[in-house]
Design a protein around this ligand. Sequence first.
Ligand SMILES: Cc1cc2nc3c(=O)[nH]c(=O)nc-3n(C[C@H](O)[C@H](O)[C@H](O)COP(=O)(O)OP(=O)(O)OC[C@H]3O[C@@H](n4cnc5c(N)ncnc54)[C@H](O)[C@@H]3O)c2cc1C
Length: 336
Amino acid sequence: MRIHEHFSLLNYNTFKIDVLCNQFVEIENDSEMDILFEKNFFDDNYLIIGGGSNILFTRPFEGTVVKMMTKGIELVDASDDCVVLDVSAGVEWADFVDYCIGNQYYGVENLIGIPGLVGSAPVQNIGAYGAEVKDVIDSVRGIRISTRTPFAFARSECDFGYRQSVFKTILKNDAIITHVRFKLSRIPKFNLSYQGLQRELEKSNVPLTLSSVADAVIAVRNSKLPDIRKYGCAGSFFKNPIVPHAVLTELSAKFPKIVSYPVDDSHVKLAAGQLIDLAGLKGWREGNVGVWPLQALVIVNYEGATGREICNFYAAVQQKVYSLTGIWLEPEVNVI
Ligand SMILES: Cc1cc2nc3c(=O)[nH]c(=O)nc-3n(C[C@H](O)[C@H](O)[C@H](O)COP(=O)(O)OP(=O)(O)OC[C@H]3O[C@@H](n4cnc5c(N)ncnc54)[C@H](O)[C@@H]3O)c2cc1C
């Protein structure tokens, strides 16, 4: 376990916000958790982080930041049809996806290219191109901070929803995820429900394999998303709003090309990016902060922006979209 005092978080959040925390603790193996409790680290302000790719720091963090760095992918069960893998929270999501593709395990290929760590994937039920991580999660293990007791939740107990889980709601800041168990198929199965992915595969005209699907996902992502080595961002800044049918009917009268996706009998999901675009904000820039010109759902730190600047900017986007559509966009990003 390494502890750093008055530590800059600049290289630990993809928005590239330069703020200090009082203490920064790197957890390299699970037994170190006990020391955190023994030393009363959780008695004051704390934050568990992975890759910092879904966080916006708006001020210095007056407390302890705990970074998960535990590694390990263990095969715990295998049949002709599927495998069960137990993966430590600190494994890079990218490494895990590569491991699955390399071993011909099906289920996470649509989620290639998402930054961050395995332990954070269940928190907001990461999703992309028609897939969500909940579809391959078997269970999630960790420690409850308030009770200092271990927990093991089956998928059904995680209350997964669209960019949502029990870890982002009632257990927010009270559960340290240490392991995620995945059940993956050994039988070829592809999810090509996202039209852009289908089009990309047709364009490249290659046989359908895990690698060709993953390559197509990467091509689609690269065509829309900023390169986080150059620009600060946290991916989609806002959630796609879920609204009653009546709201869609009203909006369709004003904006005939409005896009919607069915959710249940009475609700649809709208595309937040389209609403931002309709408000004329795609490519809008104020100083160091802007709406990414190729994907209106992404807010970028062009250079040296503070968390406060990004906060003011996203509030202005919310206000302008609300004035035009009556819809208030909620951040997907964790604003700290
Ligand atoms: C360019 C880009 C593209 C992206 N594309 C997508 C996408 O397609 N789909 C998508 O869903 N997301 C996307 N994201 C968002 C982000 O990558 C994911 O949400 C990712 O899972 C966050 O992982 P992280 O390790 O960086 O988490 P962090 O940002 O470090 O943490 C996120 C949240 O999880 C909590 N947390 C982290 N680790 C633990 C733990 N071990 N136990 C308990 N709580 C924990 C944190 O406290 C925080 O609340 C994108 C981000 C970027 C920058």
